[in-house]
Design a protein. Sequence first.
Length: 181
Amino acid sequence: MFGKVGSALRTFSFIKGLPVIVVHNGEKLGEVIDLCLSGEGEVKGLLVKKSSLIKKRCSLNVEDILTVDSSGVLVESSKVLKPLAEPPEYTFEHQDALSGKMMYSNDGEELGLLLDVYFLEDLGTIVGYELTDGFFADITDGKRFIHAVDPPAIIKDAIIVNVMKDVNEVSINDDMPELSK
């Protein structure tokens, strides 16, 4: 996936709003507005608001992304943006949004509301989730990160994950692992 160089951990919040740029001529094609996700917890692509008079939504497959950094999402050509023929299976914030859904462990423990996802650039696989118990809990206890062992089970109003035992909660405000956000 993204440049096929190493394995950086990214979050949706890092990618959201980045411009999509053609590497050879610097042409800005649009702006990332969402992730396109499969039910198996894979990042299939990006939802892009195309730069034009008419604000069209397009999809960008992960295979067509050269690299992602703080300046933008770099692609080989403008032809990689495809009109959105049908909506993705899931998105993070738009149709069938995962953001804000309650997460449960596979043994029924309520984990919190989903705020962000962490995924490996080179694989496109979601490996962790940033959760909240609410504004005041975030201030006093910090947001939490859980590491998922298997793909999630996504149901109508919730997400069920098999979490890694003994490492299922890390305060985002405390000892957060080195991540590229």
